[in-house]
Write a protein that binds this ligand. Structure first.
Ligand code: NPW
Ligand code: K
Length: 497
């Protein structure tokens, strides 16, 4: 599903007017209708609604809601923050003036108005919000957030920056956000997700042709997209049909990482799996992954060639220490020509040895923000405040697939597209989750998916399965090892669509 930058909306507005002859006043009316319908679904006509109308068009939407609900018999009060000298908001303010609706621009009355209200319509700022908040707005937002009223935000929760930036760290916290016409990037990033409440995308009559033709480079991974990516299973098949993969990893005290990656690969349809570990770990891997073939690390790496010949994909890094593994890592990055996931200490070796020039189109890198920081030299804050841009710039520069992990994971392709994933939950914030993901992506590449496809499906399935498990287990008790065990439930849900 297409995801738009807040900056795209101005462009869409202009095209509506210039190319499709749709005045923005019509769109504003539609927006108001949709918001008022959402309120009618939850609150009856006896309800007291406080409309907080900002000075731009977001405020104008709020003024329409005030009029529509007043006409329906709701008890409506408006606290307006603009002068409304021109434009669609002025027209709606003038219409409202002709009605007997209570209005004030006295911010000093906010406390009393909040006490009076049952529902607050947050129409203070929409996609036109920029930069910092002055103290007056910080106070307004705090009062709304502390009021314990049901808050419905128009388009975006007010104060949400254009990316994951929070500027003053305060955003209106909504119970529901009705976003107008299309999904916006900032709503899908962590700050947006934390503050939007239930997210509804509302059709406000933007022309279908315009929305289909408008080019974007950010997409949300949908259930349908995941379903289409599932590797096909055929009746007349054998283990060769579903590919051979190899996991390279493990070190003393870190054998579990290989086991987790291997179990994920084995439970996601791979034809044949090898694990390559140091001799000391062979027994523990053998005991825990009976379906895989364990290769003890040979003295001469050239001996690996016989295994790699038929191996379609590799995951290198789970549990691999950075100590004494430089030669091994370099061997794979330089010689292996199939698809390869580089995870965990594989990424740290890549960064330590400055091997960025060896990253290529066959590679899927799966860093969390700290690993991304080592790879790029950016701070973790710089990465998490604008993860879409950071991921996109890296994948294009290095011609690879990049999976930047987070509560919203960004999968960036060499072509510059970014796919956002919103499955998964805080129960995944545990050592070992990433190893499972590396195993899944490697397995899907072995089964014939491209690097981008495998990353998209792997990330989506990983999070979805965690969500299914958490329905019963909650978040505290979710273990990475639960995911391979319950993977069949994730597959089943994807297959159902
Ligand atoms: N096509 C669509 O989708 C449609 C979209 N529609 C709606 O329009 C909305 C976008 O409207 P918009 O462009 O007028 O911007 P909006 O969000 O109201 O804010 C701008 C105002 O905020 C102010 N301001 C900004 N930052 C500030 C700060 N830090 N601190 C203080 N003030 C700050 C800024 O002030 P200025 O910088 O100009 O002084 C300006 O006055 C969109 O979200 C949707 O609700 C619908 O009407 C129907 C069609
Ligand atoms: K808003």
């Amino acid at each position: 599903m297409k995801v738009f930058k807040p900056g795209d909306i101005k462009h869409i507005d202009n095209l509506c007017v210039d190319k499709y002859q749709i005045p923005t006043l019509i769109l504003m009316e539609h927006a108001g209708i949709k918001i008022s319908e959402e309120i009618q679904k939850k609150f009856n006509k006896e309800s007291k609604v406080l409309i907080m109308a900002g000075k731009g068009n977001n405020g104008g939407d709020g003024l329409v809601v005030a009029r529509l609900l007043y006409n329906l018999g709701y008890k409506v009060k408006v606290l307006y923050l603009g002068n409304y000298k021109t434009g669609d908001s002025k027209i709606n303010f003038d219409i409202l003036n002709s009605l007997d609706v209570y209005k004030t621009n006295s911010i000093a009355d906010l406390g009393e108005l909040l006490l009076w209200s049952e529902v607050v319509v947050d129409a203070i700022f929409g996609v036109g919000f920029r930069g910092n908040l002055v103290q007056e707005y910080i106070d307004i937002f705090s009062m709304i957030n502390n009021s314990k009223r049901y808050v419905i935000s128009v388009d975006v929760p007010s104060g949400l920056g254009s990316s994951n930036y929070t500027f003053n760290n305060i955003v209106v916290k909504a119970n529901k956000t009705v976003t107008l016409g299309c999904l916006k990037e900032n709503l899908l990033l962590p700050t947006g997700r934390e503050n939007s409440g239930e997210l509804v995308v509302s059709d406000i009559g933007l022309p279908k042709d315009l929305m289909e033709q408008f080019e974007v480079s950010t997409f949300l991974i949908t259930p349908n997209m995941a379903k289409e990516l599932l590797p096909k299973r055929v009746e007349n098949s054998h283990k060769g049909t579903y590919g051979t993969g190899l996991i390279v990893g493990g070190s003393l005290g870190m054998s579990g990482a290989v086991i987790l990656a291997a179990q994920a690969a084995l439970k996601s349809g791979i034809g044949l799996l090898y694990t390559l570990v140091s001799e000391k770990l062979v027994d523990v891997i053998e005991n825990n992954c009976i379906e895989s073939i364990t290769i003890p690390m040979p003295k001469g790496l050239i001996e690996l060639d016989k295994y790699l010949k038929n191996t379609k994909s590799v995951a290198i890094g789970p549990g691999l220490s950075t100590e004494n593994n430089e030669v091994l890592f370099l061997y794979f990055v330089e010689n292996y020509k199939g698809s390869m996931v580089i995870d965990g200490d594989g990424l740290n070796l890549l960064a330590n040895l400055k091997l960025h020039d060896l990253i290529c189109e066959n590679h899927v890198l799966t860093p969390h923000p700290k690993e991304m920081s080592r790879l790029t030299g950016l701070t973790v804050e710089e990465i998490t405040s604008d993860p879409i841009t950071v991921a996109r710039e890296f994948s294009v520069k290095h011609n690879c697939t990049l999976v930047l992990k987070g509560s919203t994971t960004c999968i960036a392709t060499k072509d510059g597209d970014v796919y956002l994933n919103t499955t998964g939950n805080n129960g995944l914030a545990t050592g070992g989750s990433g190893d499972v993901l590396a195993g899944l992506i490697m397995s899907f590449m072995a089964q014939g998916l491209s690097q981008d496809e495998a990353a998209i499906l792997g990330v989506y399935l990983h999070g979805l399965t965690a969500d299914i498990i958490s329905e019963g287990k909650g978040y505290y008790s979710l273990l990475p090892s639960d995911i391979p065990k319950e993977l069949h439930k994730g597959f089943k849900k994807i297959q159902k669509g």
